[in-house]
Design a protein around this ligand. Structure first.
Ligand code: ADP
Ligand code: MG
Length: 596
């Protein structure tokens, strides 16, 4: 056995670098965070080859004196824990690890001039070898350059992706930091050309529009709620503004960008009812919590955090978004798209709001996660059903457009679209999408009234798992019961499933369902995946039970549908997140015909 020895510093730094900097974007994040911590008002990032061959970050912050510069590249040297207080961390940095780590795996050079000093200094670190402090020339502020990232660790180098992919990651990092700091000017120069320059803004809303786009700003719900010392503010997109991945979810905890599983899961849960499983909401959310309620020191890149009360955080996020969704329920993103764009004319700018639903054929039916669907007979769901008008039927009520938000139906086109005259203009309703939402909301209401109907198993299903998972499930069995799942302890490392939701019956994959449930419960969840699985099947039933496109409707039937939409929560979109109607105001129509 070789003797134990203390590793040399350069090796320690190289090991740390493995955790702290995984790609150019991580280097950029560390350097830009330093610039923000230094009080910069303008930050410029330059890249070549996606940052792999060269990158630079320059700021006009407080800068460093010669002595500070020498210390900055030493391991665990920081100016940011003045009271040695690891609880009340108000800066991005606090570990004093970034500069030595980057210097250990690249050719790093820093030049800086402290505010109020009249000389500038520079220092270089090459593969961990620290050079001498030398005089430099520059205005106050700091410039950090990183060449040949990972040249000392070829294995890591191999894992870097294409220039383009690394560039996209860098942009994502900058977008997040810029959203959190609207008053700072951010500029990205890629291969010598300015990729973007975000001018300083006085408020968050303007920065959100710069980064996430006007489409989002025009189609987002503003949030603002507080509970037990936690507060949530920001913007959540309407369900009709969904995206194909979660890249457009910007989450911040105490103004620190995070990609936290708990928050991402809560966001998904909040939209479960209004969006298909493979679509993702767009959101910019700022969660502010007392410093002692969150631990930011759990992840080397500070991307994840640990909350003292995860369940509280989760429910604040879910309930504020759902309240906003209810309040905006009848609004649909389509109606707010500027008309020329809607008709494919004008600006030629890519039209993001339509992405969520434009590929009509592209949507698959909701698929349940945990088993085969058993089509339930679709008899008396109640509510509106199309009916043929007979000679004897009662005379139809006459609707005056101004009396109803969705107006009076005037015509059906292509057996699919209802055209209605409203007080302000016209709306065009997709009859299938609209009816689907009505049926789904009714199914859901019946679910919350009577609970989910359960099916007892003749022979209980015994599912083996870890002791920890079994304990979590048994402890939280009460949360699962309302959704029709009845479980009991069975030894230390198994549970017995006695009853299941009737709708999930047959070939349900208990093992996967229970394991996922245990994970979710352990993270402070409330068994939402079970609820979601049940709701997904209800949604599927709703889709099958709704009036098809192509079915001819008479005026009474059309008006009856409009009236039901007015009473139905979330009727602005079907449960796949497509809008149920689009609105054109008279002034938009007049513009179209050049009357104005
Ligand atoms: P940390 O940010 O955790 O303190 P770093 O290794 O990133 O650790 O930086 C070490 C120290 O160098 C910082 O605490 C700060 O005092 C100084 N520093 C780094 N970058 C800058 C900058 N752009 N402007 C001024 N000071 C800086
Ligand atoms: Mg730092």
């Amino acid at each position: 056995m070789p003797a134990i020895r203390q590793l040399p510093d350069y090796l320690i730094n190289r090991i740390a670098a493995g955790e702290v900097v995984e790609n150019p974007a991580a280097v950029v994040r560390e350097l830009v965070e330093n610039s923000i911590d230094a009080g910069a008002s303008a930050i410029t990032v330059e890249l070549r080859a996606g940052g792999k061959s060269w990158l630079a970050v320059e700021d006009d912050g407080c800068g460093m004196s010669a002595d500070d510069l020498a210390l900055a590249v030493q391991r665990h040297a920081t100016s940011k824990l003045p009271e040695d207080d690891l609880v009340n961390i108000a800066t991005f940095g606090f570990r004093g690890e970034a500069l030595p780590s980057v210097g250990a795996v690249s050719r790093l050079s820093i030049s800086s001039r402290a505010a109020g000093h009249d000389s500038a200094w520079q220092i270089a670190v090459d593969g961990g070898r620290i050079g001498a402090i030398e005089p430099a020339a520059r205005a106050s502020g700091t410039r950090v350059e990183v060449r040949d990232l990972f040249y000392v660790t070829p294995a890591r180098l191999k894992f870097l992706r294409s220039d383009q992919a690394e560039l996209i990651s860098v942009k994502g990092v900058l977008a997040r930091l810029a959203l959190a700091h609207p008053s700072i000017r951010f500029t990205l120069v890629n291969e010598g050309r300015t990729a973007f320059a975000y001018a300083p803004c006085t408020d968050h809303a303007a920065r959100v529009a710069q980064i996430v786009g006007d489409d989002f700003s025009g189609n987002a719900m503003q949030l603002g709620s507080t509970r037990e010392g936690l507060s949530l503010r920001g913007y959540a997109g309407l369900p009709t503004l969904s995206r194909g991945n979660s890249q457009h979810q910007y989450l911040f905890v105490n103004n620190r960008p995070v990609r936290d599983r708990l928050l991402l899961g809560a966001l998904k849960g909040a939209y479960a009812d209004t969006m298909m499983g493979d679509r993702h909401p767009v959101a910019v959310l700022f969660l502010d919590v007392p410093y002692e309620a969150v631990d930011v020191n759990v992840h080397p890149q500070k991307q994840e955090v640990r909350f003292r009360e995860p369940a509280l955080v989760r429910s604040l996020l879910v309930s504020s978004i759902q309240q906003a969704l209810q309040a905006h329920g009848q609004r649909s993103a389509g109606g707010t798209v500027p008309l020329p764009q809607m008709l494919g004319q004008g600006s030629g700018v890519a039209r993001t709001p339509y992405q969520g639903y434009a590929p009509r054929g592209g949507f698959s039916q909701p698929t349940p996660f945990y088993g085969q669907v058993r089509e339930a007979p679709f008899g008396d769901l109640g509510g509106w059903q199309p009916q043929a008008r007979t000679a004897e039927s009662e005379p139809a009520p006459v609707y005056v457009p101004a009396d109803h938000p969705l107006g009076a139906a005037r015509a059906q086109l292509h057996g699919t679209y209802i055209v209605s005259q409203t007080a302000e203009g016209i709306i065009i309703v997709d009859q299938h999408a609209a009816h689907e939402r009505i049926v789904y909301e009714r199914l859901k209401a019946s679910l919350s009234l009577g609970g989910v109907s359960r099916q007892p198993l003749l022979i209980p299903e015994i599912v083996a798992m870890t002791q920890a998972d079994a304990a979590t499930l048994v402890e939280n069995a009460g949360l699962l019961e309302p959704y029709g799942l009845l479980i009991e302890p069975f030894g230390a490392d198994s549970v017995a499933v006695r009853e299941i939701p009737a709708i999930l019956a047959d070939r349900i994959d208990y093992m996967t369902l229970l394991r996922d449930l245990a994970d979710q419960l352990a993270e402070g969840g409330q068994g939402e995946i079970l609820r979601d699985a049940v709701l997904a099947l209800l949604a599927r039933q709703a889709c099958h039970g709704s009036v098809r496109a192509g079915r001819m409707l008479n005026v009474d039937e059309m008006n009856a549908l409009l009236r039901q939409m007015e009473e139905t929560p979330l009727s602005g979109q079907c449960n796949h997140g497509r809008p149920t109607y689009v609105a054109l105001s008279l002034s938009e129509l007049e513009k179209l015909f050049a009357r104005k």
